[in-house]
Design a protein around this ligand. Structure first.
Ligand SMILES: NC(=O)c1ccc[n+]([C@@H]2O[C@H](COP(=O)([O-])OP(=O)(O)OC[C@H]3O[C@@H](n4cnc5c(N)ncnc54)[C@H](OP(=O)(O)O)[C@@H]3O)[C@@H](O)[C@H]2O)c1
Length: 289
């Protein structure tokens, strides 16, 4: 019997075909976040989701927690799946493709979230013209506040991008980009949470230095970043204009900003993103050798 909340089998209001079977390969931190997002958004019912991992106890945990089929057999998981979501470590992707190339449906959409694995690489490894989409998420996806960039491979269609969008929009904000931008995006929004945590930690340390309790200081710091970020996104204003709104002439903030300029915060952050993007580029080059 069809459940009222089972949107995947209801007539699709947005005109998309319902997903029949989703296989999440490598359901670790990211993969579990995706599972949770997809199931929570009722994109498709639990009976149509299958997941794999390397170790049986982890599979048992996923099956128990989400009520899905979970195991360690990739070939079984991909067979019949119309969407295959690859959340493996980058170095495991090649072995996985070799393992399942005879079992993958030729019309399946393969979405890979593995860092530095290009759609060209995936296309080269499979003996048929696979439709693939590359995704670059970040860890806030785990609480559905992620930033996810999507890029399509040469055989993927607009409809495929829409499917990827439906899957990932359950985890946060999505953007569609040309794949050539993926290294920059890796350096900015995928590595970015680590930079932001360092900033939150530093601001909190400052509060502690000034006598605030650590827990309070961390809350003040994290909520300040959250609120300031939300204001950028919601107002659409240039960050410099929002900064000017805080900076009263001869007030306190301008003194703080002078310290930031002297400490080279801007240049340091720019260099951090550029270095991480260069590293992402190197990983792609190594993979293609
Ligand atoms: N975490 C992030 O913020 C983030 C952001 C962007 C992109 N990514 C990408 O997402 C991918 C996964 O990252 P992660 O942090 O989620 O890693 P992770 O937690 O280590 O997850 C990897 C999972 O793969 C499973 N696995 C290993 N070999 C397998 C095989 N042959 N077949 C099926 N499953 C297998 C592991 O199973 P066991 O648990 O049983 O060992 C584990 O659950 C990486 O490529 C990373 O670049 C992650």
């Amino acid at each position: 019997m069809r459940s009222k909340t089972d949107k995947s089998v209801e007539p699709q209001r947005d005109g998309h075909a319902p997903l029949k079977k989703l296989a999440v390969i490598g359901a670790g931190k990211l993969g579990e976040g995706l599972l949770s997002g997809v199931l929570g958004s009722q994109l498709l019912p639990v009976g149509r989701v299958t997941a794999t991992v390397a170790h049986q106890p982890r599979a048992d945990y996923l099956a128990e927690k989400y009520g899905i089929r979970a195991g360690t057999h990739n070939r079984e998981a991909v067979s019949g799946a119309d969407v295959v979501l690859v959340c493996l470590k980058p170095q495991q992707v090649k072995g996985f493709l070799q393992e399942v190339k005879k079992d993958l449906r030729h019309d399946a959409l393969l979405i890979s979230a593995a860092a530095s694995v290009t759609t060209e690489f995936i296309e080269r490894e499979l003996p048929f013209p696979v439709r693939s989409v590359r995704a670059m998420p970040n860890t806030p996806c785990l609480i559905r506040h992620g930033m996810i960039a999507l890029a399509r491979g040469k055989n993927a269609t607009e409809a495929d991008l829409k499917i990827a969008n439906r899957v990932f929009s359950s985890m946060g904000r999505t953007v569609t980009v040309d794949e050539k931008h993926m290294d920059a995006i890796t350096g900015l929004s995928a590595s970015g949470p680590a930079y932001v945590y360092t900033i939150i930690e530093s601001l909190a340390e400052a509060g502690v230095k000034l006598g605030l309790p650590r827990e309070l200081s961390t809350e003040l710091s994290a909520q300040t970043l959250l609120g300031a970020s939300a204001l950028v996104l919601q107002s659409g204003e240039h960050p410099a204009k929002l900064k000017d709104m805080v900076t009263t002439p001869a007030g306190c903030t301008i003194d703080g900003l002078l310290e930031l300029e002297e400490g080279g915060l801007r240049v340091t952050l720019i260099k951090a993103v550029v270095r991480a993007a260069e590293r992402a580029r190197q990983l792609v080059d190594n993979q293609n050798k």
